[in-house]
Design a protein around this ligand. Structure first.
Ligand SMILES: NC(=O)c1ccc[n+]([C@@H]2O[C@H](COP(=O)([O-])OP(=O)(O)OC[C@H]3O[C@@H](n4cnc5c(N)ncnc54)[C@H](O)[C@@H]3O)[C@@H](O)[C@H]2O)c1
Length: 334
């Protein structure tokens, strides 16, 4: 019970990673409040959890954030306008991703808080010069999304250095797994490929499929996030959260087709604006050393668990609705 009786606020807690984090926190003894505007999140993702408080609202509402921070010991900020929305509407993205983080920091500065953990993204690295990518390598923000995530990180560091607000940052790389709904038009490549394969269709691959990513199973990302909240050594630090293994989109398509029993190869289509990152694999030595974290679910195992979850969803997989207008296929990973 590492969080026993801790009052924990999770923004974006009805989303994919957030709902897995809330589940883990509840198991670990925390009293959880979720703040989510349900932009992509779903109440159903956390419906089975008793004794959590759900507040429908936005991180851009400073008064609300202040009220919630006043009665919290810790905050996990996962609320986000994702990369596709961000490219269509960078202003909204800035307001939520950077402005939301700023509001949390400002309220924490005024009222005090044990720890804030910010869920950032490997997107901040853009196209790296060297692989694997270290935390202190050059950042290169190639999208408004990456810029807003990096800017939020910068405010975290500034509030720590200037006012002593205790923050830790985790940079996730391509998280996949349970609760990443394929009907969410912004979901990652894993869900998209499974969705197509389970319906008997070929996956769409943007570009030649030789672009690479570093895939992280969601429970591993969650455990890294929890350790970042608990460890005194994590204060003011940023950690890569990844598998440390580079996998091409073509390889991923093959694994998923095998699991889903599909013999249909990919259909190659044009790249989109956001498909501007060729290779990604992260160095995870820092988090191994400092937080004693290492990934426990390899890609094959994680894909199997994801497939089993999708199968258990059966008809539900297709009955969810999203109010968002964008239906572009997404395999960038955030
Ligand atoms: N999934 C990935 O591969 C990945 C990779 C890198 C970083 N991340 C980061 O992890 C976090 C969670 O991402 P996810 O994949 O679970 O995405 P998600 O879209 O499933 O979750 C985001 C949640 O934030 C909520 N939200 C959006 N705007 C809000 C607002 N103004 N106020 C309150 N809530 C709001 C959404 O409704 C949703 O529940 C994000 O910060 C994201 O940048 C995710």
């Amino acid at each position: 019970m590492r969080f026993k009786n801790k009052k924990v606020l999770v923004t974006g807690g009805a989303g994919f990673v957030g709902s897995n984090l809330v589940t883990a926190l509840v198991k670990d003894g925390a009293n959880v409040t979720v703040l989510d505007d349900l932009f992509t999140g779903k109440k159903e993702n956390i419906a089975v959890l008793k004794d959590i408080e759900f507040i429908e609202g936005t991180v851009t509402d400073y008064d609300l954030i202040e009220r919630l921070i006043r009665r919290s010991d810790m905050v996990f900020n996962l609320a986000v306008r994702n990369i596709i929305v961000s490219t269509l509407s960078p202003q909204l993205d800035f307001q939520v991703n950077t402005g939301g983080m700023f509001n949390i920091l400002q309220a924490a500065r005024n009222h005090g808080i044990e720890r804030i953990v910010y869920s950032s993204s490997a997107s901040v690295y853009g196209n790296p010069r060297y692989l694997p990518i270290n935390e202190d390598d050059r950042v290169s923000t190639l999208s408004p999304y990456a810029a807003s995530k990096m800017s939020a990180e910068n405010f975290c560091s500034a509030f720590y250095e200037s006012y002593g607000v205790e923050v830790s940052m985790v940079r996730y790389s391509n998280v996949y797994g349970i609760n990443q709904s394929p009907t969410n038009p912004y979901c990652g490549v894993v869900s998209k490929f499974f969705d197509r394969a389970m319906d008997g269709y070929a996956p769409y691959v943007h570009g030649d499929g030789e672009q690479t990513r570093d895939f992280t199973f969601v429970t591993d990302a969650v455990e890294a996030t929890l350790l970042a909240a608990l460890s005194p050594k994590a204060v003011g630090e940023v950690f890569n959260v990844a598998s440390g293994i580079e996998t091409s989109v073509n390889e991923l398509a093959t694994y998923i087709a095998e699991l889903a029993g599909s013999s249909i190869g990919p259909v190659y289509v044009d790249k989109r604006d956001i498909d501007n990152i060729r290779r990604r694999v992260l160095n995870i030595e820092k988090i191994r050393r400092v937080l004693r974290w290492s990934p426990s679910i390899n890609l094959r195992k994680g894909l199997k668990l994801t497939y089993e979850w999708l199968q258990s969803m059966n008809g539900h997989r297709k009955t969810e609705t999203y109010t968002v207008e964008e239906t572009a296929l997404s395999h960038h990973g955030q």
